[in-house]
Design a protein around this ligand. Structure first.
Ligand code: PBG
Length: 327
């Protein structure tokens, strides 16, 4: 093996062209999923305070946004509903004319090719803000399952292309798969938020979705940040229950977990570049402390390099623009 001075690693870094030839990982716009927050009401397009550049849309205001997303060639959106008048069991989550069910129909009509993925979780719809029904002061796993299945089915019936359970109940992938199959939706894939940590990086999202728990926290169902072996067990469980794509969330503080999952399982892997990760970049670049474009592309590349195939990110629109420009 040659060594210095015969070996000079800088030879392959001399120009943009040569760096491009030897580059090991690329982010492609085709890997990106853009989250959208849909609110009840009419004529609403309102920026979310804690997430500059991200908006609440009412269903009637979605069409223009969808046009932009398709023009940018972003292949998929992930829908979150924001509702008023919540109840204990999250009834609006599975109402046939709920805000998500209406959004799905509107989007599929405007852009039939755009993949519509829906978040399946009760926390945006329950008065207590937890991801399932409450019994004896805690979230009751088994009583939550039929409601999640009902919610996923109502999304499929409205035309969703894929459902993404994010609640972290045991057995929910199986319950959802059974409900979909029993109703003729055998070909609708499940993207399971298999490894979802109890993370403080969800802070801005909870403001955006109005889903902060009214008592306690989510630590009895979301994963404990120090654990990685447990992450593999979560993935294994969701695969056995029928998940088609698995996810690790958040992304940046968990790149090692993404790598471990990539090396252990041959399933498509998604990573969620969450709200807090987005807001940090926005805040620092607004102050002039970071170069937003460079930092965003570096972050997305790091998630790819860690092993993710799919990146869910609030940066998707700007990243799509930057990626399509000639360097
Ligand atoms: C719903 C859900 C959350 C996120 C996605 N789905 C919040 C939570 O679990 O509290 C977080 C997304 C983000 O922070 O961008 N359970």
């Amino acid at each position: 093996m040659p060594t210095f001075p015969e070996l000079r690693l800088r030879r392959l870094r001399k120009s943009e062209a040569i760096r491009s030839l030897v580059s090991e990982n690329q982010v492609d716009v085709g890997d990106l999923v853009y989250p959208l927050f849909v609110v009840e009401g009419k004529g609403i397009k309102k920026e979310i305070d804690s997430m500059p550049g991200i908006y609440h849309f009412s269903v009637d205001k979605l069409a223009k946004e969808i046009d932009e997303i398709t023009l940018l060639k972003i292949p998929a959106v992930l829908l979150f509903g924001v509702v008023k008048n919540k109840d204990e069991v999250g009834s609006k989550a599975y109402h046939p004319r709920g805000v998500i069910q209406q959004s799905i129909r509107a989007i599929k009509k405007a852009a039939p090719e755009l993949i519509v993925v829906t978040d399946v979780c009760l926390c945006e719809y329950t008065s207590h803000g937890h991801c399932g029904v409450i019994a004896n002061g805690d979230v009751d796993n088994d009583r939550t399952l039929p409601l999640l299945a009902k919610m996923a089915l109502s999304h499929a019936q409205a035309g969703a292309d894929m459902v993404a359970p994010s609640d972290m109940m045991d057995g929910r992938v199986k319950a959802i798969r059974q409900a979909l199959d029993a109703n003729g939706f055998n070909d609708i894939p499940i993207l399971a938020y298999a490894v979802k940590y109890a993370s403080a990086f969800y802070g801005p999202f909870r403001e955006a979705a109005g889903s902060t728990p009214q008592f306690g926290n989510r630590r009895s169902y979301q994963m404990d940040p120090p654990n990685v072996r447990e992450a593999l067990r979560e993935i294994e469980q969701d695969i056995k229950e029928g998940a088609d794509i698995v996810m690790v969330k958040p992304a940046l503080a968990y790149l090692d977990v993404i790598r471990k999952v990539r090396d252990t399982f041959n399933y498509p892997l998604a990573a969620y570049n969450v709200s807090g990760e987005y807001s940090m970049v926005k805040a620092a670049s607004r102050q002039g402390w970071l170069n937003e474009r460079q930092v965003v592309l570096e972050i997305l590349t790091s998630i790819k390099r860690a092993g993710a195939d799919i990146i869910i990110t609030y940066h998707a629109k700007v990243a799509a623009r930057w990626l399509s420009e000639i360097k």
